[in-house]
Design a protein around this ligand. Sequence first.
Ligand code: ZN
Length: 100
Amino acid sequence: MTNPISKRMDKITFIRKQKEEVSDLQHVQSLFDHLISEDIGLDSEKAFWVIHHLQESIPVFPDRFEICNNCEQLFDSYEQGYYSEKRGIHLCYMCDDGED
Ligand SMILES: [Zn+2]
């Protein structure tokens, strides 16, 4: 007979494992895509405001994701892209023009 608690723990482990297979960036991207979809209809600035809030005010997501102010692509700032102090904008690696 299977112990119900052990069965439950297996399920929790399985869910956790599934969660780990989707990166935080993918979760953030999926939320962003949903927010800018026709269903909700936010513009990218407002959609990113929601994500920013979920990173800074209620730490649902780690505070490392930014939106490129040039192409509006989300990126993991720990992995790529940078903040241009001179222009006051975030740029992903694709838009990095090496200007500063
Ligand atoms: Zn970009």
